[in-house]
Design a binder for this molecule. Structure first.
Ligand code: ATP
Length: 448
């Protein structure tokens, strides 16, 4: 009988494996190694050439010497996939500690035509539309891909932190009968002989799961049919959502989020240093995060910047920017919690502040002048929830599933929702959310 072995196949042609072996002395100066990768760039000099090999996280410099290295570079071009055989030459200037002297290059495959756009410069030199139109290859550019490796780190850290805190991950459906926040911003789809919607938020499902596991989270696509083309909105984003029960106050959720932000920055600094260096970014130090009430910050910003506000019930994007500036300058913090948002603007499940029912036990977290999170305490009492729905003129028969959990008992609970791409954009200090979305969906864009 033939078997598939359980023994791990170590790829000795993987540069990360080679670097590990070099570090622990298994491979040393003058040894021969083989490395798999892409030819990123060839820089011809007189009598020799630098061949820059691109591997999954690095650019590796190798030297091809005419007459010494086998064959000719005339047969190679950028984006060829190759196995490069080379000699290790110790070099302190290299991040790996060595460079390679080429013995031979074996070509595995190559492009059939010239690339439509130059991707082997430090950054791709084009506007965002061209960048996105050519996403399939522009993402190979080291600066671009560093962004997506960092997004991977953020997603990993969110999950890892919550698992360590005893949270359980669950999967909500993406096709739903109705929305948590009302139908206006939802994509309608045909579902056999019925109409259905794409999920606009996992809100109901995460509250249901609190009744099962107490502390829960999900990372799942969220769809919003919002008709705006801003730099911070897209129509499909990855929602990082958590919910927890038996809280003493909605501040418990803010404490958890502050600690999560610290964890996330620590993970990126530790395990994603190559990418942070690639995009030349120093992440903010996460210390205790200042918090201020919505009503207070509205007045503060209006006074400080002599800017009367138009919207009494929400923060305008310009105000968020100024809040970011103010807290950065005055309190040296890129993060700010704004709490107690008006009842009028928060959803039907938001718990009102017992001290003033015009406001809710809720918060947004702002980072570098834009909202990255909305959170708060939810109503957990059945009668209180029904009364609030009735005050809002909602038809409670439409919310039978939602109210079932309240009917059979729910602890005081609350949670938050973060958009992965928005968080990444603000943390990496990029100007457009499409820079941190691999394949963005917006009003204009449905491909690639
Ligand atoms: P905004 O005021 O920025 O439109 P929102 O109040 O509609 O956001 P929520 O519904 O509270 O946002 O969603 C929680 C989080 O999800 C936001 O803080 C943000 O990080 C992210 N988010 C919301 N809408 C979008 C969107 N259209 N594109 C990308 N991320 C979004």
């Amino acid at each position: 009988m033939e078997y598939i072995s359980l023994e791990k196949k170590v790829d000795n042609y993987d540069i990360e494996v080679i670097i590990e072996k070099y570090k622990n002395g298994e491979i040393k100066n003058n040894d021969t190694v083989k490395v798999k990768g892409y030819i990123h760039r060839i820089r011809k000099m007189s009598g020799f050439a630098f061949v820059i090999l691109r591997t999954s996280r690095r650019l590796i410099q190798s030297v091809f010497t005419d007459g010494e290295s086998k064959g000719s570079l005339d047969n190679y071009e950028e984006e060829d996939t190759v196995i490069l055989t080379g000699t290790i030459v110790n070099d302190e200037r290299s991040k790996m500690g060595f460079e390679l002297r080429v013995i031979e290059i074996e070509k595995l495959s190559g492009p059939i035509e010239t690339l439509p756009i130059v991707i082997n410069k430090k950054q791709v030199d084009c506007n965002i539309d061209v960048l996105l139109d050519n996403r399939i290859i522009t993402m190979r550019n080291p600066y671009e891909r560093a962004i997506f490796k960092l997004v991977d780190g953020i997603l990993f850290a969110f999950r890892d932190f919550l698992r360590k805190e005893g949270f359980t991950e669950f999967i909500p459906p993406k096709i739903v009968q109705a929305g948590a926040e009302g139908g206006a911003d939802m994509f309608q789809i045909e579902y056999f002989d019925k109409l259905a919607y794409l999920n606009q938020s996992p809100q109901m499902y995460k509250q249901i799961m609190v009744g099962v596991f107490n502390k829960v989270f999900t990372t799942s696509p969220v769809f919003r049919a919002e008709k705006h083309g801003t730099r911070r909105h897209i129509n499909e984003f990855e929602g990082l959502d958590l919910e927890m029960g038996f809280i003493d106050s909605f501040e418990d959720i803010m404490v958890l989020e502050a600690r999560m932000m610290k964890y996330l920055v620590d993970v990126l600094n530790k395990d994603y240093a190559l990418e942070l260096e690639e995009i030349n970014l120093k992440l903010p130090e996460v210390k205790d995060i200042p918090m201020i009430k919505f009503a207070e910050v509205k007045d503060l910003i209006a006074k400080e910047y002599n800017r009367p506000y138009r919207d009494k019930f929400d923060l305008e994007p310009e105000e968020e920017k100024l809040i970011g500036k103010y807290f950065n300058e005055k309190y040296n913090s890129q993060f700010v919690f704004v709490t107690h948002y008006p009842e009028k603007k928060r959803p039907f499940y938001a718990k009102e502040d017992p001290k003033d029912s015009n406001y809710t036990l809720s918060f947004d977290l702002l980072l570098n002048g834009a909202e990255i999170t909305t959170g708060g305490q939810r109503i957990n009492d059945y009668n209180e929830q029904v009364a609030k729905m009735q005050r809002r003129g909602m038809d409670i028969t439409q919310f039978e599933d939602y109210l079932t959990m309240h009917k059979y008992g729910m602890p005081p609970h609350g949670g938050l929702g973060i958009g992965l791409e928005r968080l990444s954009m603000k943390l990496l200090q990029l100007e457009n959310i499409r820079m941190t979305t691999a394949f963005p969906r917006d009003m204009e864009r449905l491909r690639p």
